[in-house]
Design a protein around this ligand. Structure first.
Ligand code: CDV
Length: 305
C-alpha cells in the first residue's frame, strides 16, 4: 500500500440530543461520499461521533443514559458506514460511547476505533484522560460529566500497522498531554487521529475562552512536531445543546505545520495529502529518540503520587 495518500478530518456540526442514529449516520455517509469523490483514503470522524456530547447533561435515568452507548461495534446502525467505506476502499476513525455488560455490572468507555478500507477494525483505544467532574454541579452553565459516565481506558496507548504505516488514536483531552502523544511517538506512530468536543466557554477559567482554538492547534501541532507524526484533528463543532463547540479541524504535518483547516463550524471535509515517509525528516533528526532522548533523567514523569 502506498504511504502517500489523501487523508481528511470529517468535522461534524451539532448533533442534537434527539437526533436519531440513522440521521447521524446519513451525515457521516455524506461526508464519506465527499471523501470518495475527492479521492480521500482515510477519514477521521470526531469523538462521540454518533450522538450529541451527552456528558454536558446530568442524566439520572439510567435507561436514558444507556441510549447514548453502543453495545457492539459494528452494529446495525453503523453497518451502512462500514459497507460504504469497504465499497470505496476508505479507512476511517470513529469515536463512540461503548457499553460492556459484565457480571459485575456495566462498564462505560469513551472509545475510538480505526477501520481499514476493507471494513476491519484495526485498532481500538479507550480514552485515558477523562476531564470534568463526577457530581452534578447545577451552578455551572453546562455539565462535563465524563468522569461519571466513563471509566479510564484500560488499553494503554496502542499503535497498529494501518494504511501502510503506524497509526494511533488520542481522544480530545488526551491531546493536551505530551505524555500521551509521546507514548504513541515512542512506538513509531506516523499518523494520529484525534477526535474532539471542546466547548468555547470553559466555566472554571473563562479568561481562556478566547484561547480555545489556539490551545487546540497548539496541542495538535506540538504533538505532531515533537513526535514526527501526522495528526488529523476532527471536531464536533457549532452550537449543540445550547453549548458552543470550537471547530478548527485540521491536518497537521510532522513539521507541525497545518496543511488544511476547517473554514466552518458545520459538517465539512478537511483534506490534505500525507506522505508518511516525511515523518523521517523529524524522526531521524531533531527528534531522533534513540540518539537524543534522555529517559533516565525523566523519572519524575512516571513517579506515581
Ligand atoms: N471532550 C473533552 O475532552 N473536552 C475537553 C474540555 C472539557 C476541556 C478538552 O480537553 O477539549
Amino acid at each position: 500500500m502506498s504511504r502517500r495518500f489523501v487523508a481528511a478530518a470529517a468535522q461534524l456540526g451539532p448533533i442534537e440530543r434527539d437526533e436519531p442514529r440513522a440521521s447521524v449516520v446519513a451525515r457521516l455517509l455524506a461526508l464519506l461520499e465527499t471523501a470518495r469523490r475527492r479521492d480521500v483514503r482515510f477519514v477521521v470522524f470526531p469523538e462521540l461521533a454518533l450522538t450529541t456530547f451527552f456528558p454536558r447533561w446530568w442524566i439520572a435515568d439510567e435507561a436514558e443514559l444507556d441510549r447514548f452507548y453502543e453495545r457492539a461495534m459494528p452494529n446495525a446502525d453503523v453497518a451502512p458506514l462500514f459497507a460504504a467505506a469497504r465499497a470505496g476502499g476508505i479507512g476511517f476513525h470513529l469515536g463512540y460511547a461503548e457499553l460492556t455488560e459484565t457480571a459485575a455490572g456495566k462498564i462505560r468507555h469513551n472509545t475510538a476505533i480505526l477501520v481499514d478500507g476493507e471494513g476491519r477494525i484495526g485498532l481500538k483505544y479507550r480514552k485515558i484522560h477523562l476531564p470534568g467532574h463526577r457530581e452534578h454541579e447545577p451552578a455551572l452553565p453546562f455539565q462535563h460529566l465524563e468522569k461519571r459516565y466513563f471509566v479510564r481506558g484500560d488499553l494503554g496507548f496502542p499503535v497498529a500497522d494501518f494504511m501502510g504505516g503506524k497509526a494511533g488514536i488520542l481522544i480530545c483531552n488526551d491531546r493536551r498531554w505530551p505524555e500521551a502523544f509521546r507514548s504513541l511517538g515512542l512506538q513509531g506512530a506516523e499518523m494520529v487521529a484525534v477526535g474532539y468536543n471542546t466547548p468555547q466557554h470553559y466555566p472554571r477559567a473563562p479568561e481562556h475562552d478566547r484561547l480555545q482554538d489556539f490551545h487546540n492547534h497548539l496541542s495538535l501541532q506540538a504533538g505532531a512536531y515533537q513526535n514526527g507524526t501526522y495528526v488529523i484533528g476532527a471536531a464536533k463543532a457549532g452550537f449543540e445543546g445550547g453549548c458552543e463547540l470550537i471547530g478548527g479541524s485540521c491536518v497537521v504535518a510532522p513539521t507541525g505545520e497545518i496543511l488544511a483547516v476547517a473554514a466552518t463550524r458545520g459538517d465539512e471535509l478537511v483534506a490534505a495529502e500525507v506522505d508518511l515517509d516525511r515523518c523521517r525528516e523529524i524522526k531521524a533528526n531533531i527528534f531522533n529518540f534513540a540518539l537524543h532522548r534522555q529517559p533516565d533523567a525523566y523519572g519524575l514523569l512516571t513517579k506515581v503520587g
